[in-house]
Design a protein around this ligand. Structure first.
Ligand code: KIV
Length: 272
């Protein structure tokens, strides 16, 4: 899968599917599901590293997880999903050279073919243009941008006229800068629909209604593995409960004669 295939899918009206992965097991499952794109999102900082936000995620961690994701694929390269890797906080906000080095490190040392970064501020646009000139495809991300959580929170974005005007302008700037697709997170459905109509590049939604060119989901949310789900990512499966049930069954099977094998009372511990 190539970045150019996604623009072709938009023209054909084929919905683009993007799922996150963070290690070899999750990427092998996502590949088998037939998703077009695997996003190694910095949401892994919350989903698998247990942080409260995505901000602490480092470039080394993104590389480590992206390499594991790449090792999880079993199809020949030509049939593998496109791998896009998030540039973590502070890897692209401190200037173009640092951003090229960060993105280049990810592409040089893993199977990722593109990076994603958040926002469309003037400095970010310069970074995007430079990366693209250097041969590194870029996916944009507007609306709720989790790396700006201390400014925006996790609430729905583009609700008033000014911020709607801004997201339209920002999306055009991202397209003009050369982004091959744009993620829009937690914005009203009608705004996402207008963005989809205005732009040539695909608009990939999450919490942005169904009328986008594609959808992206955090795989742990769809599978119901996360303890806390975002309100716009409904689980399709009770993964957490089913896993706990299966593990409890296994524990019980190892101690078939005990009522509750995990509770050790003082009576059950032999004196030494
Ligand atoms: O980090 C991530 O998983 C993302 C998606 C929510 C779009 O950016």
């Amino acid at each position: 899968m190539l970045t150019t295939d996604l623009v072709r899918f938009k023209k054909l009206g084929k919905q683009i599917t993007v799922l996150t992965a963070w290690d070899a097991i999750s990427s092998s499952i996502v590949e088998a599901s037939g998703a077009d794109v695997v996003l190694v999102g910095d949401s892994l900082g919350m989903v698998v590293l247990g942080h409260a936000t995505t901000l602490p995620v480092t470039l080394d961690q993104m590389l480590h997880h992206t390499q594991a994701v790449c090792r999880g694929f079993s199809n020949p390269v030509a049939n593998q999903p496109l791998v896009v890797c998030d540039l973590p906080f502070l890897s692209y906000q401190c200037g173009e050279d640092k951003a090229v080095e960060a993105a280049g490190t990810l592409l040089k040392n893993s199977c990722a073919s593109a990076v994603k970064l958040e926002g469309a501020e003037p400095e970010t646009l310069l970074v995007i243009k430079r990366l693209i000139r250097m041969g590194i495809p870029v996916m944009g991300h507007l609306g709720l941008t989790p790396q700006s959580v201390h400014q925006l929170g996790y609430k729905s974005q583009a609700r008033d006229k000014d911020s709607q005007d801004k997201i339209f302008k920002d999306s055009e700037k991202l397209q003009e800068s050369g982004c091959f697709a744009i993620v829009v997170e937690h914005i009203p459905e009608e705004i996402a629909r207008k963005l989809k109509r205005n732009l040539i590049v695909p608009v990939i939604g999450i919490g942005a209604g169904n009328d986008c060119d594609g959808q992206v989901r955090v795989t742990a949310d769809i599978l119901g593995l996360s303890v806390e789900q975002p309100p716009f990512a409904k689980p399709l499966f009770s993964g957490r409960e089913l896993c706990i049930e299966a593990l409890k069954k296994w524990i019980k099977s190892t101690n078939p004669n005990q009522e509750n094998p995990t509770t050790k009372t003082s009576e059950s511990i032999p004196d030494c």
